[in-house]
Design a protein around this ligand. Structure first.
Ligand SMILES: NC(=O)c1ccc[n+]([C@@H]2O[C@H](COP(=O)([O-])OP(=O)(O)OC[C@H]3O[C@@H](n4cnc5c(N)ncnc54)[C@H](OP(=O)(O)O)[C@@H]3O)[C@@H](O)[C@H]2O)c1
Length: 284
């Protein structure tokens, strides 16, 4: 069984283990429709929680609805201490495009979709996902979606608010509007644009949740990763997760997988000890 004895971190008032699970791989290809094997998808989510995961990242736009429906079928009624984080700010177009949807009515509808499909009365964490450029975080107005989330928080539908796919300026602006408990941006061994932001958030005790921790649709590969992995006798992607855990204490991992074997490999990254020499080689 994977060793999950790793540090925990606060998502606002909620304590989560640093190794979590991302639900985007629970759908069909292109994050659309049902998975090839629904029973296997249900079983991998159950296994994650049985192995100690208490932080699941999802969104009602995965499928759409499919990932949340599978989480609900696998785990409802949810055990105490399980934290489900979701995100709003986008909808899926007819051909599967990811389209912005961040007016007040869009945000409110998305929160209700998540509540209904997850079978919850209160969402633990809702991230507003910036959709101002197809190429990554970009300047754009975040006041309307964040004040809408704050209003839904006041009404008791949301516990905590986070941001995703945002610039450091948007993080600063967001923190003036509401309490931000986490930032979820693209970051991994090969994509480190957020280095400064991570350190800044760590100092403010705000979680940083890298999406695509394994490279997403293009799994990470590098000579350094292969060299360290073969020295340790570990799968390369497990090394990539161990590096992230070492990178900063405020990093929470949400690797996505539809495979029980990969799930176990990923969770075992918590007990993979990287030497200073390994870290130096990977940092290059
Ligand atoms: N905020 C955002 O905009 C945003 C964007 C993307 C993702 N996310 C979140 O971040 C989570 C993680 O991202 P992701 O799932 O897209 O990408 P990821 O975790 O970087 O990588 C997932 C891919 O790696 C494979 N994989 C997983 N573990 C593996 C292992 N041990 N060995 C070999 N291959 C392995 C998976 O395939 P198998 O199924 O075969 O294991 C899948 O193809 C998502 O689930 C989602 O919750 C958020």
């Amino acid at each position: 069984m994977a060793d999950l004895r790793t540090d925990t971190y606060q998502l606002g008032s909620l304590t989560v283990r640093r190794l979590g699970y991302g639900a985007m791989q629970l759908t069909g290809p292109g994050v659309l429709g049902p998975p090839k094997d629904r029973r296997a998808a249900i079983s991998v989510v159950r296994e994650a929680v049985e192995l100690g995961v208490n932080h699941i990242d999802t969104s009602d736009i995965y499928g759409p609805h499919v990932a949340n429906e599978i989480i609900r079928e696998a785990l409802h009624p949810y055990r105490d201490g399980l934290v489900i984080a979701t995100k709003v700010g986008a909808v899926r177009g007819k051909a599967g495009s990811w389209d912005p949807a961040f007016r007040a009515a869009d945000i409110e509808r998305a929160v209700h979709d998540n509540l209904r499909n997850l079978g919850l009365d209160l969402l633990d964490v809702v991230n507003f996902r910036g959709m101002f450029s197809a190429h990554g975080p970009a300047a754009g107005p975040i006041e309307e979606p964040l004040t809408t989330l704050a209003e839904l928080q006041r009404r008791g539908l949301i516990r905590h608010i986070g941001l995703s796919n945002v610039t450091p300026s948007q993080v600063a602006e967001g923190r003036k509007l509401v309490e931000i408990v986490c930032v979820q941006n693209h970051y991994n061994l090969a994509h480190r644009a957020d280095d400064e932001l991570i350190d800044h958030l760590a100092a403010a005790r705000i979680a940083y949740v890298p999406f695509f921790p394994l490279g997403g649709f293009t799994p990470l590969q590098s000579r350094a990763l292969s060299a360290v992995a073969s020295r340790l006798g570990a799968p390369p992607l497990q090394v990539a997760l161990a590096w992230l855990l070492r990178r900063s204490p405020n990093i929470l991992l949400i690797p996505g997988t539809s495979s029980s074997t990969h799930l176990r490999q990923n969770l075992a990254s918590a007990s993979l000890a990287l030497s200073a020499e390994d870290v130096e080689a990977l940092n290059l």
